[in-house]
Write a new protein. Structure first.
Length: 265
């Protein structure tokens, strides 16, 4: 019983301390800013199919050099061009799918009692895969697909439209959606957090003024929610003339604070 009394006493003391710490004016402060990405990641794929792997790779290498030289001519630094991701995938041609065909076989009438409803004929549907005639078809042919992925990172979004236009003219196989990256989110969030605290303080002062009281010291603080973007895929809309805009993302903070009421007159 003694230990139970001590535990209950400590629990009651914690509740009393928490209630005392929250006595006063409790408010919530929110702040949000819109930011654009710090960097952009642009990726294209160049692929070529052929029955000879070396010839397919030679075509991919040629287009890769054109893309790389174009990047360098636009002021993209060599150390941010990644082109070492190369895949060589063997593929097999599937057989031509022929439609099912019908085989009509005449049944002899030597046992007419067993086939009185067949009228002397039986209709059998045979799938071409099960037909012995397929033995004459050629085996599936093998060919190779060579794929190279080229990725660059750049800071100036104004180059994006020109990049799109240039890679389309070279004839790349696929353009991945542009990815936006935020590098300074921690410092941005600190700014937003301070702004949320300022708004909470202004709100508490306004409430105290309406109550005819004087705002005291901060007695309780809680960071209730926050949002900081890291990386996201931007929408990529193709058109005859590219005119893109970098979409913004939000950095937000929300705090819950309690100020004591100064009872001194």
């Amino acid at each position: 019983m003694k230990y139970l009394f001590i535990i209950i006493s400590l629990f009651s003391a914690d509740i009393a301390a928490e209630q005392h710490s929250k006595r006063g004016i409790s408010v919530i402060g929110k702040a949000t800013i819109e930011v654009v990405p710090t960097q952009f990641v642009f990726t294209v794929l160049i692929s070529q199919r052929g029955t000879i792997a070396s010839k397919a790779k030679a075509i991919v290498d040629q287009k890769s050099r054109l893309v790389t030289n174009m990047y360098l001519s636009m002021g993209i630094k060599k150390n941010v061009i990644e082109s070492d991701k190369l895949q060589l995938i063997p593929r097999y041609e599937s057989l031509n799918q022929l439609s099912d065909f019908e085989v009509h076989q005449r049944i002899n009438n030597h046992n007419a009692s067993n086939y009185k409803h067949s009228e002397g004929h039986s209709k059998i549907v045979v799938n071409n895969k099960d037909n012995s005639l397929n033995s004459s078809l050629k085996p599936p042919e093998i060919y190779f697909e060579v794929i190279r992925e080229i990725t660059i990172t750049f800071n100036n979004f104004e180059k994006y439209d020109q990049l799109l236009d240039n890679v389309v003219k070279i004839g790349v196989s696929r353009i991945s959606p542009l990815q936006g990256v935020f590098l300074n989110t921690d410092s941005l969030y600190q700014q937003v957090l301070i702004e949320a605290l300022k708004k909470a303080n202004q709100k508490a002062k306004a409430i105290a003024e309406q109550m005819g009281a004087k705002l005291g010291k901060l007695s309780h603080f809680e960071e209730s929610s926050f949002h900081t973007p890291r990386a996201y895929v931007m929408s990529n809309k193709s058109s005859d003339s590219f005119n893109s805009q970098a979409s913004k993302q939000s950095v937000s903070a929300q705090v819950s604070v309690t100020y004591a009421i100064n009872e001194d007159n």
